[in-house]
Design a protein around this ligand. Structure first.
Ligand code: ATR
Length: 272
């Protein structure tokens, strides 16, 4: 019998997850279906309950429901979901709902496996202190990165730093400090939501990236001003498409116990 999965969001029609999981299923011979489900903004918990009743085996959760999903799975969370304080993958097992967060693992896998950029001992500047940033801190520290977090509202960067201070090599700074110093990083990660709007990106020196460094923009759906900044300053830059596919592969593995090949899926999406 075909096992059913879905991504729940609002909005959700733009989601590439159904396309990605369909390709994973074909490639691995897994008998699953995967659909996009729009939940009302005040109806996430009811939507999850409905899916469970209908016999779905699990779902991905996207904006704006990742925090609510964390609450729903609060008794069955992985450490990385606890670290992220958000859940993007739910697995329905018997009477329980297990919650995990594969976003950070997806980012680290894309950077290290696909881009061959190894994070151990590398100085990484993480821009932003919202949900996207929290989601990736533990996996970055786990990979051995030396993390500096910076945020437009400095108190939130401080708060993020305090949350993870005992978990690895992490510090916090301000954009002003970065501008006035000569500090350089091996990797810049834009985890702000500036790329989703036409807002200006974080204000950085064009010389902030060390030689052979790499800039990473988590947004994959559009050409962002941060990408333009990186290009203008001759930085190697990646968008977040690989992260999207890798986090999906990790969810697929959680549900099916099978790890799909991601490279052909990333290539197919780039061509589509
Ligand atoms: P997400 O879930 O995408 O992380 P969020 O939780 O609303 O969304 O967080 C957005 C993050 O992007 C915040 O850290 C925000 O900075 P503030 O805390 O100061 O609001 C950051 N951000 C958004 N637009 C930005 C911009 N134009 N420049 C710098 N930082 C920006």
């Amino acid at each position: 019998m075909t096992d059913r999965y879905a991504v729940i969001g609002n909005p959700v029609s733009h989601s590439k997850s159904p396309q990605i999981h369909k390709m994973f299923a074909e490639q691995t011979g897994q008998d699953i279906s995967y659909e996009a489900i729009l939940a009302p903004l005040d109806g996430f918990a009811e939507t999850v309950e409905q899916l469970r009743k209908e016999g779905f085996k699990g779902c991905n959760v996207t904006v704006p429901f990742k925090f609510e999903a964390f609450g729903i799975a609060k008794h069955h969370l992985t450490d990385r979901a606890k670290g992220a304080q958000a859940v993007n993958t739910l697995k329905f097992e018997g009477g329980t709902i297990d919650g995990d967060n594969t976003d950070g693992a997806g980012l680290v896998c894309d950077i290290q496996k696909n881009h061959k950029f190894f994070l151990k001992e590398r100085r990484v500047l993480l821009m932003g202190a919202g949900g996207a940033a929290y989601g990736v801190v533990l996996p970055l520290l786990g990979a051995g990165a030396k993390l500096t977090v910076v945020n437009r509202t400095p108190s939130k960067a401080q708060q993020l730093f305090q949350t993870f201070a005992t978990q690895g090599d992490i510090t916090a700074t301000t954009y002003e400090e970065l501008k006035s110093s000569k500090q350089q990083f091996n990797m810049l990660i834009n985890a702000t939501s500036s790329g989703l709007s036409d807002d200006d990106p974080p204000d950085l020196r064009g010389t902030i990236l060390a030689e052979n460094g790499m800039a990473y923009e988590m947004v994959y759906s559009r050409e962002t001003k941060f990408r333009r900044f990186a290009n203008d300053n001759h930085m190697k830059i990646s968008d977040g498409l690989g992260m999207l596919v890798e986090q999906a592969a990790e969810s697929f593995f959680i549900w099916r116990g099978v790890r799909p090949e991601t490279a052909p899926v990333i290539t197919a999406l780039r061509l589509s």
